[in-house]
Design a protein around this ligand. Structure first.
Ligand SMILES: Nc1ncnc2c1ncn2[C@@H]1O[C@H](COP(=O)(O)OP(=O)(O)OP(=O)(O)O)[C@@H](O)[C@H]1O
Length: 261
């Protein structure tokens, strides 16, 4: 049994069907890339798994329907990094990252809201892993776009959840930080987490992910090994591009080159 299993997951919103009976599995220790053009349904799928959108079908974590897991317990099991990167108030970076530990604390009115050693370690380790330790005292609403993206990722990492859902975590990052974040997600998977990452960069998807799920118009076009999913035919059919597909140090790179449609 895979850690995460979705069967016939459909989402309807605003009178439209955004996802059509998608089925997927993600095992412990797997880094799965979710790819597809704008509007394909990637964020919708991530939100359905994160239980922030209503869906039909079944999504189970360790065999348990996710919607039946109590909210606080689920918040310890599923870390969700959404695409919306607005930070509305001047909360200090370290305090924002500490929000990732909220599910581990009891209700404050019962006096159980204190920061534990485990909380402190998780927060520091997430701040360092995402290279924002030096920003820990800064007001979050003064950060650059890339800094903000890394701080938001740190909050998700601080949860130390077995399932990490990351919607375009590298979109705002410079090339070095993109590589560092992908290595970080890989490391999370090596340590046993199941990670789903939404990506537009096909080379990063190819190099770092164990498997890919390619969506188009709310349907699965291809799922499985990177070489199978990222074929020239799929790139033409789904993205409408011709691409240069090459190899460097035994790994594939994909450079979008021309529009074919
Ligand atoms: N609340 C909503 N009501 C109606 N349509 C919606 C709603 N939310 C999203 N959509 C539509 O659903 C489709 C899928 O959106 P989604 O955000 O999942 O795409 P995506 O693959 O993540 O795209 P992108 O790469 O642009 O982030 C889009 O056509 C979008 O306009």
């Amino acid at each position: 049994m895979s850690r995460l299993e979705g069967v016939a997951v459909s989402v309807q919103l605003g009178g439209r069907t955004l996802l059509h009976e998608l089925s997927f599995q993600v095992g412990a220790g797997e880094l799965v890339g979710l790819i597809g053009p704008n509007g394909a349904g990637k964020s919708t799928l991530i939100k359905a798994i994160a239980q922030v959108l209503p869906y039909r079908g079944s999504i189970r974590l360790e065999g348990e329907p996710l919607e039946r897991i109590p909210a606080r317990e689920r918040a310890r099991l599923v870390a969700y990094l959404g695409q919306d990167d607005r930070i509305q108030w001047p909360i200090a970076v370290a305090d924002l990252v500490a929000l990732g530990r909220h599910p581990y604390r009891g209700s404050w009115w019962r006096g159980a809201g204190r920061t534990s050693d485990a909380d402190r370690q998780a927060i520091e380790s997430a701040l360092r892993a995402t290279d924002v330790w030096s920003l820990r005292a800064r007001a979050s609403d003064t950060l650059s776009g890339g800094e903000r993206a890394r701080v938001r990722l740190a909050r998700a990492l601080a949860v130390e959840a077995p399932l990490l859902l990351a919607d375009e975590p590298v979109a705002a990052l410079d090339p070095r930080h993109q590589l560092e974040v992908m290595e970080l997600l890989r490391a999370q998977a090596h340590q046993g987490a199941s990670v789903i990452v939404v990506l537009h960069d096909l080379t990063l998807a190819s190099r770092f992910c164990d498997r890919l799920l390619l969506l188009h118009e709310g349907r699965t076009v291809a799922a499985g090994a990177v070489e199978t999913v990222l074929s020239a035919d799929h790139l033409r059919l789904v993205y409408g591009i011709g691409a240069v597909i090459g190899e460097h140090q035994g790994q594939r790179y994909i450079v979008p080159w021309s529009c074919t449609l």
